[in-house]
Ligand binder design. Structure first.
Ligand code: AGV
Ligand code: CA
Length: 309
């Protein structure tokens, strides 16, 4: 029996790549996708999410619309990038997607799907965690329906990737967007595994990887994902950032957990300047698991083989 999975993502290119990757996994049954308006604008991101479901023959998977906006907005230049995706040749002529304002709100879809589940649900988050926290505040009894949570978030023994005013650079963006919800989620002590920058720093999007992917171009998924990844190479501002396989690595954890080194820690989240959104180890904090290392060669091979289907 495949594990039921709820995915919440925030519409950036690697989030959409992650949604595709989930749809290639035989042991996972996607029971809902919710989108957070963080690293995206919500309407084009929901359209992309729907198109990718269509492409994989899974348009029956329900989508939920994130209506809650976090505390610290992502730069608009990043949020606008995914618009290009809907115009790619493999996606532009798919049947029109539904009006995004007809979808359930994201927390309501999460509640609905958890309620309906008759076995423990896995949750994958590749953006901020606000939708899940809103759902669990509204229906706390549904925590019992959650089997595990995997979240691309945080930075523990490495620097963060937020560079902005009133900030010391220690936070990772998915946590920084809504530090209050992040702190709440950690405080619930659910079976939570974070895939932080400590481990995603090991997996940049490399030309070598893209070149190998391009040799499989006869497979439509390799063709499309190769184009999506190519769009990430001019990430803004390029002198600061490399595009990493942040969300893709977190998603892979569902399928190849044995390739990761993990550690059980106690940790907490700061909600105030100068380090709002910093995730830090703290003996008086909350129990959670963090990934600290990954067998990178096996990981890249796994991605190449999934997109060869
Ligand atoms: O902090 C990593 C998270 C991941 O979920 N996102 C991108 C991934 O989807 C935010 C982010 C950090 N640096 C970025 C980001 C960049 N240069 N461009 C777009 N998003
Ligand atoms: Ca993301």
């Amino acid at each position: 029996m495949p594990t039921p999975l709820l995915m919440d993502h925030d519409g950036a290119i690697d989030d959409l790549l992650s949604q595709l990757l989930v749809l290639t996994m035989p042991d996972v049954e996607l029971i809902g996708v919710t989108v957070t308006p963080a690293d995206c604008f919500i309407e084009p991101a929901l359209e992309s999410a729907y198109k990718l479901l269509q492409l994989m023959g899974k348009e029956s998977v329900p989508l939920g619309r994130g209506d809650y906006y976090g505390i610290n907005a992502f730069p608009s230049e990043w949020r606008a990038r995914p618009e290009i995706i809907n115009a790619l040749p493999m996606l532009i002529n798919l049947p029109q997607s539904p009006d995004p304002y007809r979808y359930l709100s994201a927390p309501d879809l999460i509640i609905d799907r958890l309620k309906a589940a008759d076995s423990p649900v896995s949750i994958l988050m590749t953006g901020p965690c606000s939708n899940l926290v809103l759902a669990l505040e509204k229906a706390p009894e549904l925590k019992a329906k959650i089997g595990s949570i995997v979240w691309m978030a945080g930075a523990f023994r490495t620097t963060g990737n937020v560079q902005t005013f009133q900030h010391d650079g220690s936070a990772e963006w998915n946590v920084f967007w809504d530090p209050i919800s992040s702190q709440k989620l950690v405080s619930y002590e659910l079976p939570l595994t974070l895939i932080p920058l400590d481990v995603t720093n090991h997996v940049p999007v490399t030309k070598q990887f893209l070149s190998r992917l391009a040799t499989q171009i006869d497979h439509p998924l390799s063709n499309l994902t190769g184009q999506l990844w190519a769009l990430t190479l001019d990430t803004i501002p390029s002198y600061h950032y490399t595009y990493f396989m942040w969300d893709i690595l977190a998603t892979s954890y569902l399928a190849i957990p044995e390739c990761f080194t993990t550690e059980h820690v106690k940790a907490n989240v700061s909600t105030r300047p100068p380090n709002a959104g910093q995730t830090y180890l703290d003996d008086n904090g909350y129990a959670l698991t963090i990934a600290t290392d990954v067998k990178t060669a096996i990981f890249y091979e796994y991605i190449l083989s999934q997109f060869k289907r």
